[in-house]
Design a protein around this ligand. Sequence first.
Ligand code: NAI
Ligand code: MG
Length: 487
Amino acid sequence: MKSMWINGEWVAGKAGTLKVVNPATEEVIDEVPDATRAQVSQAVEAARAAFALWSKTMAHEKAELLHEAARKIRDKSNHLATLLTLEGGKPLRENLDEMSWSASCFDYYAELQRNRRGRVIPSLEPSQLNLVLKEPYGVVGCIIPWNYPVLLLAWKAAPALAAGNTVVIKPAEQTPLSTLALAEVFEHFPPGVVNIVTGIGETAGQSLVEHPGVSMVAFTGSLETGRRVARICADQVKKVHLELGGKDAFVVEADADLDVAAKAVAWAAFLNAGQVCTSAERIYVHKGVAKPFIERLVEFTKKLKVGDGMQKDTDIGPMIGRMPRKKVEAHVKNALAKGAKLLTGGKRPKELSRGFFFEPTILSNVDHSMTVMRDETFGPVCPVRAFNDFNEAVRWTNESVYGLGANLYTHDAKKVKQFYEEVQAGTIWVNDPLTDNDAGPFGGYKATGGGRELGEEGLEEFQQSKHVHWDFEQNVKPWWYPYGKKG
Ligand code: NAI
Ligand code: MG
């Protein structure tokens, strides 16, 4: 049984507990507290108290502390990645990558904040100084999903702390262990600057969102929960930052190298068993190359190894749980009932009787009336549809409520330009699926929510602007009253 990290101390739970299950074996591996409303409040009060000093901490001191966090993540990456594979199922190799990307995010914001405190702008009168100050909000509530728990925590907590905010972090029910293990990564910060509370989303999570002491909420998760979080924040006119998933398209043009494009699609669709917000969930291939492309994709997919993420040769681990797998099965069933063709997969692997596994699945003959082409599937399913011309592919790409990312394979510069100009999405990947760069923004258009993480934009999200007008003289201004004859 684990404790929570509040005000620099381990705090035991007071009410119920949550069982943490290994999705590859269905075994309970540990338990964490389900924080009470009072305990969430305790964490928020600790963060508020710590804000007074933290918000005034010098940039070079903050930089040292943030770099130290990055160093500790690197030192502990084997331990953290192993915990995350055991609780989340993602292959160990991918979790080791997650730790290195997370460390890199702390290093990036450690430096960026040093020259993003504001600026001096030209004043209206020679006797004046005009300053633009970039200030923190206060306590930021960070609500994190289970698919990339450490990375998405880093993308929120690193810029939030760099900007001078303090944080209360609420990991997802499924993956609290790797997050609690991060307490050691943050223990050199002053007490209360970083707090971690565990618990159920609808209770502990919502208490955090509702707490009047929380000045900003940063949330990654489902559209439905995001809407609820946004409504609560709207009532309190509280700043909210949302990343609510996607239904990313992947367009393969006729000139693409089909051997490369097939492997690119397989990786983009099946990475983390398709449980990535930027998973390729709709593949559009030019009709002239659809047949050879699909043959290559199916042949390659059949060779992928499904299994426990702790095994070195596993390509695709289990899904996170029983209910998410049911949703995937429902999407496949709906598509088949409406005339889709199953080319491979479509079921639980026979040889794996325990664990929430699902075979990598390829469907053709799909259209936009099917749930698998409309709703977020969040599983290892890859539906492929042939398009007649590029304009149609672009139109289909935009046929979604979401606008997170979009992929294109082509060397045709005109098509590349049309794609990045016309596609309503926050990231466009051309011949380079699903990469991130700390220095550039990540986030979405439309119902994805509009929040941006990483890059300068990712720091600005956690800063509010203050404009200072300062006159060194005390003169009567000529534009004051009276408007009549000056006397
Ligand atoms: P969720 O959106 O319900 O959970 C995300 C986080 O929000 C978790 O920490 C959860 O505890 C918390 N939460 C839940 N209800 C809350 C509330 N009322 N107030 C405050 N916090 C709350 O997502 P869930 O149920 O894990 O997954 C459902 C679907 O959401 C997935 O199948 C997938 O389609 C999508 N999803 C998208 C993600 C993305 O990366 N954009 C990540 C996770 C899920
Ligand atoms: Mg939920």
